[in-house]
Design a binder for this molecule. Structure first.
Ligand SMILES: O=C(CO)COP(=O)(O)O
Length: 127
């Protein structure tokens, strides 16, 4: 049953467990939406929530963040959940900044932590 929204789910390495647990906790709300992920994040979500269908881009450091950014620029993405790790350096930091910048430019809801992601679920945005 398609609910019709297109969600982008991404997490930095030290946040992947937290995102995967968040996805598991909200699997019912996420089911039926289109889900796009960067490659490694998508693999973790597929493993822990095999019922969800996930479309994977390249890994973030290899251009995946830019691919998700391009989807945002094309008006394809309704929600970005991106659990960022502000305490680790990332070789593709410019891509991370570009992605969060585009989410702001196109004014799509963006959650960079569990607290905000929980609020978006609680808002009924995905119902
Ligand atoms: O690097 C990322 C976000 O900046 C995520 O990429 P992966 O999901 O491939 O680890």
């Amino acid at each position: 049953m398609a609910k019709g929204k297109h969600l982008a789910l991404i997490a930095h390495d030290r946040k992947k467990d937290a995102l995967s647990m968040w996805v598991k906790a909200h699997e019912a709300a996420l089911t039926g939406h289109t889900i796009s992920c960067t490659a490694t994040t998508g693999g973790v979500i597929e493993k822990n929530s095999p019922g969800l269908k996930v479309v994977k881009t390249k890994s973030g450091p290899l251009g995946g963040d830019q691919q998700i950014g391009a989807l945002i620029a094309e008006g394809e993405i309704d929600l970005l959940v991106f659990f960022t790790d502000p305490l680790s350096p990332h070789p593709h930091d410019v891509d991370v900044k570009a992605l969060t910048r585009l989410a702001t430019v196109y004014d799509i809801p963006m959650a960079c932590s569990k607290a905000t992601a929980d609020l978006i679920i609680a808002s009924g945005f995905l119902d």
